[in-house]
Design a protein around this ligand. Sequence first.
Ligand code: IPD
Length: 282
Amino acid sequence: MTSTDSDRWGECMDVAVQIARKAGKMVQEAVKQEKRVRSKSTPTDLVTEADHQVEELIISTLRERFPSHRFIGEESSAAGEKCILTDNPTWIIDPIDGTCNFVHSFPMVAVSIGFAVNKELELGVIYHCFDETLYTGRKGHGAFCNGVRLHVSKEKDVSKALILTEIGAKRDPHTLDIFLGNLKKLLSAPSHGVRIIGSSTLALCLLASGAAEGYYQYGLHCWDIAAAAVLIREAGGCVMDTTGGPLDLMSRRVVAAGSQEIADYIVQQLQPISYGRDDHDP
Ligand code: IPD
């Protein structure tokens, strides 16, 4: 990468921050209106008109500013656009993470904008729409919440850990048995507890902030994790595959933790849930 590229990613960061704030305001307005809700892959995988409008705002603004860049967006992908990460500069966007929360006005909803070059995550911007918190992270430049530097928890002992997870959209009995089995193992470690807040992105921001020690999930998407992964790494934490290998952004599974010890512990407990991949056709 040349120094010009590096300066350019700085410009990308500034633009992403402006758009995330604008998109966040749009979500704040939309949450007060009546919502038209539809389901996508399963009855619990929800989408509203606001998801589409916010994604359109983010992508059209970024495209105007960076015409050669590529885009992966949650709703564009749901509408059939291919979800393929190439070496080209690519924005990875979740217009409303926590759509089910948004539908219920449950205050854990975020706009998430990640950016990758040569398949490496370079920056992430996440705007918490209810409390107006802005999370930013850029590779090699640190992670911040409203400008204050973030650090993960360095706790290594799982018996003193708070662990976060999310449920995912599949609710068939076999999937739920595995989900509950994994939950039981992590609770009976014993850990201090397990929390589910309804937004993968914000849960990962809490991990980056040191408010929890571990995170795991099957069934999330690349747009749920792209931006937050930069924050966690820059805050000193680790993000990896549920098998313990390197993170595969398209694999729909992740383990993240403040310390390698907690990450390794979680990896050892998990029984896998199969969700396919983001970059495969349905
Ligand atoms: C979902 C939420 C949810 C998680 C799902 C995500 P969406 O994102 O983060 O908590 O369990 O895996 O896909 O659909 O609200 O953008």
